[in-house]
Design a protein around this ligand. Structure first.
Ligand SMILES: [Fe+2]
Length: 195
């Protein structure tokens, strides 16, 4: 047998293993990229409350981070629809984590004082979720995207002002130092579970 045909035979025999190795490598690389992307998302979503030792300050930091992210999205142009989609996804993660912490831990405490106030906050969260759904569904080159986004920002800021200036300080004031500490731990735990 000539050297060339012997080489061809060897290469052919080696092919299936090499194809498998390439496929396995590609799966590992994809898994690695997804893991890094998830880690990045977790770090971004966890950062504000992970650093705060007080539930009220933690939520205020998340409000600021969310508004900054929305402003960044408002500044994008319709010529970059993929960028808009990626930024909107990150905002949805931030808001989902934040909303869960408030709805599962903070609002039930507010409801002990005023079920009406807690009901209004939950209703506003529903409106925000509906706007996020609308933005997700919309064509990112649609001029209406920026309009709905601005409406979302106005709704978010109004909701945050009520929480930061009135309802949260009132709740913190009503609770003892130990109760506030417990609430901070419970809120952080709720955030870790989702983000
Ligand atoms: Fe909030």
């Amino acid at each position: 047998m000539s050297r060339i045909s012997d080489l061809t035979r060897k290469t052919r025999r080696a092919e299936p293993a090499s194809v498998l190795a390439t496929a396995a490598k590609s799966v590992l690389v994809t898994a690695g990229v997804v893991a890094i992307a998830n880690l990045g998302r977790k770090v971004v979503a966890q950062a504000p409350t992970a650093m705060a030792s007080d539930w009220c300050e933690g939520l205020t930091l998340e409000h600021e981070a969310t508004l900054a992210a929305v402003d960044k999205l408002i500044a994008t142009s319709e010529e970059h629809p993929h960028r808009r989609t990626a930024q909107l996804t990150a905002i949805k993660h931030m808001i989902a984590k934040h909303a869960l912490q408030e709805e599962n831990v903070i609002y039930p405490m507010i409801a002990r004082d005023s079920s009406e106030a807690a009901g209004e906050l939950n209703k506003e969260h529903g409106e925000v979720k509906a706007m996020l759904f609308e933005l997700t569904r919309m064509d990112k080159t649609d001029p209406g995207f920026a309009t709905t986004l601005t409406e979302l920002r106005v709704a978010l800021e109004e909701h945050m002002r009520e929480e930061e200036d009135v309802l949260f300080p009132a709740l913190r004031e009503r609770l003892s130092q130990e109760e506030n500490l417990k609430l901070t731990r419970a809120m952080n735990m709720a955030g870790v579970m989702v983000a």
